[in-house]
Design a protein around this ligand. Structure first.
Ligand SMILES: Cc1cc2nc3c(=O)[nH]c(=O)nc-3n(C[C@H](O)[C@H](O)[C@H](O)COP(=O)(O)OP(=O)(O)OC[C@H]3O[C@@H](n4cnc5c(N)ncnc54)[C@H](O)[C@@H]3O)c2cc1C
Length: 314
């Protein structure tokens, strides 16, 4: 049976960074990535210092090449089908497609499996998600400064997002509440004050135009340069449920300050995980990378303590 110090599941910013850190500590690492990253449809990564505007695929290929230069890391394109605790906190066996039927033995597991966005069931939203339909003003707001913008997102969150985009990026923002929400008077006052147009008619479709996007409702259509949409977010990997990891109320893997999950020896990093004390999930390339680095450092510490039987930290 092949054995490794660490199995890293997922090769986005979190998993790639962890592989670099652990590989450079001369740990034997198996990195498995199914190549379905969250930002697959996006043309450019923003807010990743030193890599501004780089295509996501180019970023991944570049870090993968850095990893391939390390003799300590084995990188596989495939899927981890199962992880089972052989001796909790000490050893796990994993089934990896396409490495054959033999299970692989690993001492630690890092889940960097990301999340999946589920745009609302409105024709055109999923098709254009990441290109013309954006999910996050932190990632993509700067590039659409001064544009005419439609915000398609329901409820209190949608109204707040529209107000935020009006305040930061554009004086031409139309909020499509799309789910028939009735606004509380103070929320309507807020939108009026910041100057957001509220369009309550349900959205029938979103379509690309020669330039920009068209939002169709039962009342007609509105032509805009860009659309923002808040999609639901779900875990990408079934390994998380299979391992029975403790979760935060919104569905992130709950981790401690060293990215350890509720199962000893299993760490989680990036969009799939959140430290309980954080006010909410925040999924970005740089934070994923930071989480991956933190997980790798503390995972390494736990291996070291096991190997040399260091006394507990004073
Ligand atoms: C459209 C869009 C644009 C974005 N733009 C930006 C931006 O400009 N700047 C920014 O900072 N952030 C941006 N983000 C957010 C950013 O993409 C994520 O925060 C980041 O990718 C999270 O990294 P991660 O490593 O946690 O997960 P991911 O990058 O999603 O990678 C997870 C990987 O795990 C793999 N995986 C899952 N399960 C398994 C399994 N069982 N076996 C093997 N592999 C598995 C998947 O195939 C995937 O490749 C954007 C997101 C979206 C949706």
């Amino acid at each position: 049976m092949s054995s490794y110090d660490a199995l890293i599941v997922g090769g986005g910013p979190a998993g790639l960074t962890a592989a670099v850190v652990l590989g450079r500590q001369r740990r034997r690492v198996l990195l498995v990535d199914a190549d379905t990253p969250r930002n697959v449809n996006s043309s450019a990564i923003h807010m990743l210092p030193g890599r501004e505007g780089m295509a996501p695929a180019d970023f991944r290929a570049r870090v993968a090449a850095e990893i391939d230069a390390l003799e300590t890391v084995t990188r596989v394109t495939g899927r981890v089908a199962s992880v089972v605790a052989a001796a909790p906190g000490v050893a796990f066996t994993a089934q990896v497609e396409p490495l054959g039927a033999d299970p692989i033995e690993v001492r630690r597991v890092l889940l960097a499996t990301g999340v999946r966005d589920l745009p609302a069931d409105i024709p055109g939203l999923a098709e254009n998600f990441g290109r013309g339909v954006y999910h996050c003003p932190f990632c993509h707001g700067y590039e659409v400064s001064g544009h005419s913008i439609a915000v398609i997102a329901g409820g209190y969150f949608g109204a707040t997002l529209a107000g935020y985009i009006r305040d930061r990026f554009s004086d031409n923002v139309t909020w499509f509440s799309h789910d028939g929400v009735v606004l509380a008077p103070d929320m309507q006052r807020f939108l009026d004050e910041v100057g957001v147009v509220h369009e309550p008619a349900p959205v029938a479709a979103v379509e690309p135009a020669a330039s920009g996007m068209v939002v169709r409702t039962s009342d007609g259509e509105v032509k805009v340069d860009s659309v923002f949409h808040k999609a639901d977010v779900v875990q990408q990997s079934t390994l998380i449920a299979a391992l029975g990891l403790a979760m935060t109320p919104e569905g992130s893997v709950s981790v401690d300050g060293g990215q350890m999950t509720s199962v000893a020896g299993v760490y989680a990093a990036g969009d799939c995980a959140r430290v309980d004390s954080a006010p909410g999930p925040s999924g970005f390339a740089a934070t994923g990378s930071g989480d991956g680095q933190r997980a790798a450092v503390w995972l390494e510490q736990s291996l070291l303590r096991e190997d040399v039987r260091l006394p507990a930290m004073q």
